[in-house]
Design a binder for this molecule. Structure first.
Ligand SMILES: NC(=O)c1ccc[n+]([C@@H]2O[C@H](COP(=O)([O-])OP(=O)(O)OC[C@H]3O[C@@H](n4cnc5c(N)ncnc54)[C@H](O)[C@@H]3O)[C@@H](O)[C@H]2O)c1
Length: 378
């Protein structure tokens, strides 16, 4: 007999949809003791909330997240709002004894993240942060290969996250859909939005980062603000490049921008070790490129591993070997792992506390760019 996990979702945008899809799909593919029930969705616009609830099968709506958090028929609060709301919702949810699943980045700053971790840990509630790229089967396989020691000593970690959607200088900042350009709502630009993903994956695959040296640029300095109607200074970083030392002695190189014409969401990573190298590309997410120096020299070269077999991460729960899955399944995997964690009592990574490490690197990157110097990660 399965137990219900009654979900209260805050925010019905892009992530509200990916998470709802995952809650609906997970129990069929990853049977577990716990089964998500779409209890309520919260959004400020009642009509839109109702339409979303109807479309996705939520039983009810709220227009104030405080009311949602206080409801006794909700077990877990899922935060899919702009970044500046994560802290208040998470702390209130924890205080009400709810489990919390929070979108990334955990917080706007490390200090806010610390408060969130303290609240979650005081309440002792299950928690996780949606760094979903860890759960692309090819990326999880990369983790397995590294942990098995197949790469040997790691020398280089390289990651890019490139987009091109803010090149137009007439694009306003702030409000619905454009909150990412507003420093008040987003905290930072590409650093907290895109590099946070690259940093989370890097910390997971290659361990801690000790110090960073960064440059950022804001190419369009002023934009009309949708909330004030005035042309205002742009406070976010449009592009960020940083290099770093990892604690294992390897060097890291990271680049992110929203000004790389032709790239929509090109997240790539490459890891070069003593024995082998790995490469992964979000636009070809079901493949892992692998080079093994131990191969016979006459056939040695980069292999393109199609990650679809039952013995590869997550894949035995899907179709048959050779048939790939996609982006949305990374969220289903995160829900599946969260449900499993409730059964086993082992926290679902990355927890709030683990995600705070990413926040510390983001803060060090922004401080380094501002002060034009190397900064130790706190
Ligand atoms: N894991 C990922 O790959 C990934 C991808 C995109 C976004 N995100 C993160 O998810 C979060 C949401 O991003 P998004 O792309 O879904 O944004 P979005 O703009 O599509 O949706 C945000 C939602 O929040 C709602 N909202 C805003 N203020 C609210 C309030 N006071 N009460 C209730 N609802 C409110 C908006 O109405 C909207 O429905 C951000 O933190 C973002 O960084 C993560």
């Amino acid at each position: 007999m399965s137990k219900e996990l009654r979900i209260g979702l805050v925010g019905y945008g892009f992530m509200g949809r990916t998470h709802s899809n995952a809650y609906k799909q997970v129990s069929q593919f990853f049977p577990s003791l716990y089964r998500p029930v779409l209890k309520a969705v919260c959004a400020r616009d009642e009509a839109k909330a109702k339409a979303f609830a109807e479309n996705w099968g939520y039983e009810s709506i709220e227009t104030d997240w405080r009311k949602l958090v206080a409801r006794p028929d909700i077990d877990a609060i899922d935060i899919c709002t702009p970044n500046n709301l994560h802290k208040d919702i998470a702390i209130a949810a924890a205080a009400a004894g709810k489990m919390v699943l929070c979108e990334k980045p955990l917080s706007i700053t490390t200090a806010e993240g610390e408060e969130m971790c303290a609240a979650i840990e005081k309440a002792g509630v299950a928690n996780t942060v949606w760094y979903n790229y860890r759960r692309v089967p090819a990326v999880t396989l990369a983790k397995q290969l590294i942990d098995e020691g197949r790469l040997g000593r790691i020398f280089h970690y390289r990651a890019n996250f490139l987009q091109d959607w803010t090149i137009n200088a007439d694009l306003p900042q702030g409000g619905q859909a454009l909150w990412r350009l507003d420093a008040q709502a987003a905290g930072s630009g590409v650093t907290g939005d895109l590099l946070a993903h690259c940093i989370d994956t890097a910390l997971w695959l290659n361990g801690s980062i000790s110090d960073v040296s960064a440059v950022t640029e804001t190419f369009v300095k002023e934009r009309m603000h949708n909330l004030t109607g005035k042309v205002e200074k742009v406070g976010i970083d449009d592009a960020c490049t940083f290099h770093c030392h990892f604690k294992n002695g390897s060097l890291g190189l990271f680049e992110s921008t929203r000004y790389a014409r032709g790239h929509k969401a090109l997240y790539t990573l490459e890891i070069n070790g003593e024995h082998a190298s790995i490469r992964w590309d979000l636009h070809d997410l079901h493949r892992l490129q692998y080079f093994d120096y131990a191969d016979d020299s006459i056939v040695r070269g980069w292999r393109s591993v199609h990650v679809t077999d039952g013995d590869q991460p997550y894949m035995k729960n899907w179709w048959v070997p050779g048939l790939q899955i996609g982006y949305e399944h990374t969220f289903t995997h995160q829900v599946a792992d969260f449900l499993k964690s409730l059964e086993t009592g082992t926290p679902c990574s990355p927890t709030f506390r683990e995600s705070l490490e990413t926040q510390k690197v983001c803060d060090a990157v922004l401080a380094s760019a501002k002060d034009r110097c190397w900064v130790d990660v706190a």
